[in-house]
Design a protein around this ligand. Structure first.
Ligand code: DNO
Length: 405
């Protein structure tokens, strides 16, 4: 399970009792671009691994994320400095025994949603993305220059009507939701800062961002390979261009190009079924089989595509219970277990691919008001993730038994 560090309201003991042994964590306190020192890494290891008393052991297995500085994404001359820093952080992580490092290459924002508290029919709450609502933010709250070119007329029209009926409180909530975007921090950007970050990408389109990504992976992958580190890029969430910014890790074709740009095993993938599964043209099982030996880490989560009434190119979706969305979780987990079996037969010692239950609905005590209410990072409530994990473990066990009989 992911643990955001000492400020995470979900404790290491909660995670242990959920049945986990591996921890996914990051040093969110270190500004993007600065080196993660051996001391800082060891301090986190000590908190996770040494503070066990007589309880079962936990191990910091995966870094999520070692973030990539915006100058690297923009391809500025200063990227050389930040790439050297990145390499130094990788070296320090390797020295401390951490061998799986996740990152993403989305400009400015990380994940994006338009509602963090979408109520499901059973009363649990999910994250949701509605293209028309995102258009409201872009056109009427941010007022991004030329934003209207990015939306079909039906979407613009519908956005206008809805915006005119929104209360100031609803507008404020949508604004803060759209600007959140960076896990590990609960700070939303302010609108002016945000627009200036977008302006920096005025001359960076799809091919420029691709080239900057491939330049980066060509520098760091062989280096990581020598250190015994597996890098794994997280796909775009949602997998489409937003706010005029390009996104280049959304489809099977994007991943193929990226794998070929630097054809070493260390140039790998965080296979996030929740992000990739939003697109109906991503055949997840086929992708697992195709990229099998380059998948170093898995996020298992599913979304349910919502009806699109506007006849546009929207991706409207909400996050569903782990076994209850558009992802064929049985087929994906089976393909992963087959890959693990292949690795085992090939004599690979670390044949198990770390899997984490990604996100979870807010439910039961997650929703309780009062002193037991824990304000968790969006998607990272304790009970919702516990349920997802429990379901996936059951599925995994049944498939493993079935394949070995
Ligand atoms: C959201 C996460 C992502 C992920 C980063 C990895 O919940 O899955 O924010 O951590 O994109 O770099």
């Amino acid at each position: 399970m992911r643990w955001f560090g000492p400020n995470d309201p979900v404790s290491l003991m909660d995670i242990r009792q959920a049945g986990c042994t591996g921890i996914v964590s990051a040093l969110h306190q270190i500004p993007v671009g600065e080196i993660w020192s051996v001391e800082a890494i060891k301090e986190r290891i000590n908190i996770i691994e040494k503070d066990n008393k007589h309880y079962s052991e936990l191990k910091w297995l995966v870094v999520e994320s070692l973030p990539v500085h915006e100058d690297i994404k923009k391809g500025l001359p200063s990227r050389e400095f930040f790439i050297e820093n990145y390499k130094q952080s990788l070296q320090n992580l390797a020295q401390c025994g951490i061998k799986i490092v996740c990152y993403n290459f989305m400009p400015v924002l990380d994940w994006s949603r338009t509602n963090l508290n979408y109520e499901m029919p059973d009363g649990s709450k999910a994250l949701k993305f509605v293209w028309r609502d995102f258009a409201i933010f872009d056109l009427y709250i941010l007022k991004r220059p030329n934003a209207e070119n990015d939306y079909e007329s039906e979407v613009r029209e519908s956005a206008k009507i809805k915006f005119e009926h929104m209360s100031s409180e609803e507008i404020e909530t949508l604004k803060n939701t759209a600007l959140l975007g960076l896990p590990g921090s609960e700070e939303a950007f302010d609108l002016n800062t945000f627009q200036s970050l977008l302006d920096n990408y005025a001359n960076i389109g799809d091919s420029e961002l691709r080239n900057n990504l491939y330049y980066f992976v060509k520098q760091i992958s062989p280096f990581a390979q020598n250190l015994g580190i597996n890098l794994c890029i997280h796909p775009d969430d949602p997998p489409r261009s937003l706010l005029g910014l390009p996104r280049v890790v959304s489809t099977e074709d994007d991943l193929t190009q990226l794998m070929q740009a630097c054809d070493v095993p260390a140039n790998g993938i965080t296979f996030c079924t929740g992000s990739l599964g939003v697109r109906s043209d991503n055949d997840l099982v086929r992708m697992v089989k195709r990229f099998a030996n380059r998948i170093h880490f898995l996020h298992l989560r599913t979304t349910k595509r919502d009806e699109n009434l506007l006849g546009d190119t929207s991706m409207n979706f909400h996050e569903a219970a782990h076994l209850d969305g558009d992802v064929d979780m049985y087929a994906v987990v089976k393909a992963i277990i087959e890959e693990q079996n292949r690795r085992k037969v090939a004599g690979q010692v670390d044949y198990q691919i770390p899997i984490r239950p990604d996100h979870g609905l807010q439910m039961l005590d997650d929703l309780q008001e009062g002193i037991t209410k824990r304000k968790t990072y969006p998607g990272y409530s304790a009970i919702g993730r516990l349920k997802g994990l429990a379901e996936i473990r059951g599925l995994q066990m049944a498939i493993e038994r079935n394949l070995s009989e």
